[in-house]
Design a protein around this ligand. Structure first.
Ligand code: FES
Length: 85
């Protein structure tokens, strides 16, 4: 996995999606709580919340935009909802 657009993260920062290059067949864990310091991926910080990460994988190597606002209707992918927040 390669993060193409570097963005530090915490829940107070912008909700801009993050572009990542992902590998086919590999399991990824998308942060749903918004507290991970490794956005858009889970770093275990959710353990102090009721949230759990969302496991996903792709069937082909692909560059995608992953949601950081956590309001997307197409998790873990950005659907543009952050523009309305
Ligand atoms: S750190 Fe956010 S879901 Fe794990």
């Amino acid at each position: 996995m390669e993060i193409l657009m570097n963005q530090s993260s915490n829940i107070e920062q912008s909700f801009t999606p993050i572009e990542v290059k992902l590998e086919s067949g590999k399991d990824y864990f998308w942060c749903t709580c918004g507290r991970s310091k490794s956005q858009p991926f889970c770093d275990g910080t959710h353990k102090i919340t009721d949230f759990t990460p969302e496991k996903f994988s792709l069937t082909e190597n692909k560059t995608v935009w992953l949601c950081t606002c956590k309001k997307t209707n197409n998790a873990p992918f950005c659907d543009g909802t952050h523009r309305k927040l």
